[in-house]
Design a protein around this ligand. Structure first.
Ligand code: KIV
Ligand code: ZN
Length: 527
């Protein structure tokens, strides 16, 4: 079979249905709407907004998404139904408010599902599927039929089901690897064979795939399907979903964009919205993104090895296959750690305006950097200023005291209660010792208000994340925050066994980064 050189691949996002099945990730109506709005901005073709028969709340949420987000021609809205009238009615009555509504029906085709789950004959199940499609088709023109557990189904029975439901009016056939059992070569072959028969039967019907990640192969299986003729892929943001999750939208889409010759397909996803969508889903669902997660993990574009940093500074394509700007990040991140080499440190110093160091000066500064990096894990620009200042103070008495502008935590007290959560902080700025107290809506709000008051900067906290780095009594709390100042975003981290102290240190790191950005270049340090 010959495929067109490059085909449009439809993207159905099921973050709000399969993704929402993750324990603890349940969203209310307003949160669902927020995410749906962002998915539309991202450019998905279809939003699966929920499982309307599961609860009144979900029915209303799907209806609201259909009404408010599905009010244009460029997006379809669907909801899931089992092959029973009540479920199909619930989907119809909630999605019908969209300009382009779709009913999605699921029914198993594997022997395990037919015999053990439904305890019926194959013929009976096939007939139930056909009747369900006929009924859905009497309500709406667009009907998708999912052959649940397709990858473990007998091929001829799977095909007989597909043939029958297409003849009954299904406009999309979705082939799920429900339990993440498939292997890419095997799944690709299955899709190839199904596509050949389907396109001979009715070439208007879209062939779709829906892969789970139980063996870590959801993305690979989805891409194998694309290579073998699938017209549509079903994904979730950050790969969230039942058990080990679903194929991650960002991974499949970026693979197609990065390797167009291999996959010969394109999507209409606006990839610059990927990070915004990932962050929104993660924060509203309360599901952290694994730091090394492909595309959306916080380390996905952060380089810390000296060898890599050196290579990147010489030529970015040495270690970079995706421009971070393509997914909506500002730029790659060169993290200064004890593993960073001379090239990265020199580059960071030059960015601060310190580009006239001779070799001997640089070597001494680099040695001081390594000493600090060993003690501190991550070195920030304000730390570099302090190193530079100490160096020049040793060699030259006429030095501008930049470190007088930086803040250093001396002490803190945080009181958590439901009446007046409050915090007091003692902070050093140069030779000054500054104190402040504040009450807030919670302990972190109180703590950050007290620190912000000392800095006199109008800072908005955009994101606050806390996670444990190790286990047991000695567990370290790692706080990562993002703040906004003057329209610019700053990210900062800190780690400590005391999570309040880690929170304060992260905020102070962010403030010091803001201070650095608003200082004179460091080459004016020596007067
Ligand atoms: O995993 C699955 O089989 C599903 C279907 C409803 C498509 O989620
Ligand atoms: Zn699924």
């Amino acid at each position: 079979m010959v495929f067109e050189m490059t085909r449009k691949i439809w993207v159905l996002d099921t973050t709000l249905r399969d993704g929402e099945q993750v324990p603890g990730a349940k969203l209310n109506l307003y949160e669902k709407l927020e995410i749906a709005k962002q998915l539309k901005k991202l450019g998905v073709d279809i939003i699966e907004a929920g499982f309307p028969a599961s609860s009144v709340g979900d029915f209303n949420a799907v209806k609201e998404v259909a009404t408010k987000i599905g009010n244009t021609d460029d997006i379809m809205i669907t909801g899931l139904a089992r092959a029973v009238k009540a479920d199909i009615d619930a989907v119809y009555n909630s999605v019908k408010y969209a300009k382009r509504p779709l009913i999605h029906i699921v029914l198993g085709t594997s022997d395990i599902h037919v015999e053990k789950k439904f305890r019926k004959s194959k013929e009976q199940i096939l007939q139930i599927g056909v009747e369900a499609v006929k009924y859905a088709k009497s309500l709406l023109p667009e009907v998708q039929y999912s052959t649940e557990d397709a990858s473990r189904s007998d091929f001829e029975y799977l095909w007989a089901t597909i043939e029958a439901v297409v003849k009954a009016g299904a406009t999309m056939i979705n082939v799920p690897d429900t339990v993440g059992y498939a292997d890419p070569a095997e799944f690709g072959e299955l899709i190839y064979k199904l596509n050949e028969r389907l396109k001979n039967l009715n070439d208007k019907v879209l062939l779709s795939v829906h892969c789970h990640n139980d063996l870590g192969m959801a993305t690979a299986n989805t891409l194998a399907a694309v290579k073998n003729g699938a017209d549509k892929i079903e994904c979730t943001i950050n790969g969230i979903g039942e058990r080990a999750g679903n194929a991650a939208l960002e991974e499949v889409v970026m693979a197609m964009k990065t390797r167009p010759k291999v996959y010969q397909g394109y999507t209409k996803i606006n990839t610059k919205e990927i990070m915004n969508t990932s962050r929104l889903v993660s924060s509203l669902m309360g599901l952290d993104v694994q730091v090394n997660k492909a595309i959306t993990g916080s380390n996905a574009f952060a380089h810390s090895s000296g060898i890599h940093q050196d290579g990147l500074l010489k030529s970015r394509d040495a270690y970079e296959i995706i421009n971070p700007k393509d997914i909506g990040l500002e730029d790659m991140e060169l993290v200064l750690t004890a593993r960073s080499g001379r090239h990265a440190v020199k580059n960071a110093l030059e960015k601060l305006g310190l580009n006239q160091l001779n070799e001997q000066q640089f070597e001494e500064i680099f040695a001081a950097f390594l000493e600090l990096a060993d003690a501190k894990k991550e070195v920030y620009n304000h730390d570099l200023y302090v190193i530079i200042e100490k160096y020049f103070a040793k060699h030259d008495s006429n030095v501008i005291h930049y470190s007088d502008n930086f803040y250093e935590l001396m002490d803190l007290q945080v009181i958590s209660n439901s009446i007046f959560p409050s915090a007091s902080v003692k902070i050093k700025k140069g030779k000054q010792v500054l104190k402040s107290s504040a009450v807030g809506t919670g302990p972190i709000d109180a703590l950050y208000s007290a620190i912000a008051e000392i800095s006199q900067l109008d800072i908005k906290l955009l994101e606050y994340n806390i996670s444990s780095v190790s286990r047991g009594k000695e567990a370290l709390g790692k706080v990562k925050i993002q703040v906004e100042y003057n329209g610019e975003k700053y990210t900062a981290k800190a780690t400590d066994t005391d999570i309040m102290k880690a929170s304060a240190l992260a905020f102070i790191n962010a403030i010091n980064s803001i201070v650095v950005d608003h200082m004179l270049p460091a080459n004016q340090m020596i007067m």
